[in-house]
Design a protein around this ligand. Structure first.
Ligand code: GDP
Length: 356
């Protein structure tokens, strides 16, 4: 775990994720152990305690905040008589519900299949025991009902499709580069306000909701900057601590947009208690993508939610290349546009030195 997150914080976030997926959370349990039980992850006494609770309260789903091995997942399911998911499966489910474009659907299905593959026991065993509901939904729902070999074939096929989409995108990008339209990408923790900012900056109407991962597929809009300058603004998938690695891999081509951008806007929800930890989680993903050294403007958002006497906004705006705004209350947006224009200008100057 990245420093600063307590197990309780992480569990609170898991609850939000479960809400987003449409589950009603009736109870949370936390167990501190020196190390996980190899067969059950949690202690065996705890398993019994939970099994009893599950029966009494008619619970039909149990979600673990940590990644379970396929065997652990199976053992717990058998002992408790209830469906068991881990954090990764839950996040995959949310992504599955939210993928709208062809490419988004393909990427989520790829991640789901890669997650599922090691979880199928023996040759030719169907996955139907999972039943319907959370963790089994998605573009690949009916397709998940196939055996390993067919899953592997499907993975290969999807990779091929994604590769084709990717080459089309590369062409578009090359076109834009030729027309020398600079590109700006929004990055940030999920729920930081990226979609809201894209909407307000480009006067468009994109789904913004107080739920995790409202944005899945990349959205691109034209951005008008001061002095008739123009840029392309792209919203990307929200980041989260411990983003399943299958997803980072699956979204590589979408996230490439980030890597290729001229400037990144890192949107941070300063009204969140753990905003520093969230920002660190974002930097970690950027690092994985090889985008940490890009030009990054730190956009402290939701400044309207801070108590007026906190002094936080004053402190934060002194940081280098950062700005305090409210996307919702439309506060300081002109300042942000000017800062973007300034960064693009600097970048253009730098590049003119690089090109002989
Ligand atoms: P995303 O996941 O980063 O795209 O976040 P969204 O744009 O969907 O916003 C998440 C929630 O925060 C929504 O309920 C927005 O209305 C809210 N929000 C976004 N910006 C602001 C802001 O500046 N102030 C306040 N108070 N709420 C905001």
């Amino acid at each position: 775990n990245s420093s600063g997150w307590t197990a309780e914080d992480s569990l609170e976030e898991l609850k939000q994720l479960a809400d987003t997926a449409g589950a009603e959370v009736v109870a949370r349990f936390l167990q501190k152990r020196p190390k996980p039980d190899p067969a059950f992850f949690i202690g065996r006494g705890k398993v019994q305690e939970l099994a009893l609770y599950v029966q009494q309260e008619n619970v039909d789903l149990c979600i673990f905040d940590d990644e379970l091995s396929p065997a652990q997942q199976r053992n717990i399911e058998q002992s408790m008589g209830v469906r068991v998911l881990d954090r990764t499966a839950l996040i995959l489910d949310i992504f599955a519900q939210r993928a709208h474009t062809n490419e988004g659907k393909l990427q989520v299905e790829l991640a789901q299949l890669q997650y599922t593959l090691p979880r199928i026991m023996g040759k030719g065993l169907a996955l139907s025991r999972l039943g319907g509901g959370i963790g089994t939904r998605g573009p690949g729902e009916t397709k998940l009902e196939v055996d390993r070999r067919r899953i592997r074939d499907r993975i290969a096929y999807i990779k091929e499709c994604i590769g084709k989409v990717k080459s089309v995108r590369t062409l578009h990008r090359a076109g834009r580069a030729k027309a020398s339209v600079p590109t700006v990408s929004l990055v940030g923790y999920t729920n930081a306000g990226k979609s809201t900012l894209l909407n307000t900056l480009t006067n468009s109407d994109i789904y913004a909701q107080d739920q995790l991962f409202a944005t899945l597929d990349p959205t691109t809009r034209q951005l008008d900057l001061p002095n008739k300058q123009q840029a392309i603004l792209t919203d990307t998938v929200g980041f989260i601590q411990r983003l399943p690695h299958q997803l980072v891999a699956a979204f590589q081509s979408t996230l490439e947009e980030v890597v290729q951008s001229d400037v990144l806007l890192h949107v941070i929800d300063v009204s969140h208690e753990l905003y520093k930890e969230q920002a660190a989680a974002v930097y970690q993903v950027l690092d994985e993508l090889g985008a940490k050294d890009k030009t990054i403007i730190t956009v402290y958002n939701k400044i309207d939610k801070l108590p007026p006497d906190s002094g936080l906004a004053e402190r934060l705006s002194k940081e280098e290349n950062s700005i305090c705004i409210s996307a919702k209350a439309r506060y300081n947006l002109d300042g942000l546009l000017a800062l973007i224009a300034e960064n693009l200008k600097l970048k253009a100057v730098e590049e003119s030195f690089l090109v002989p």
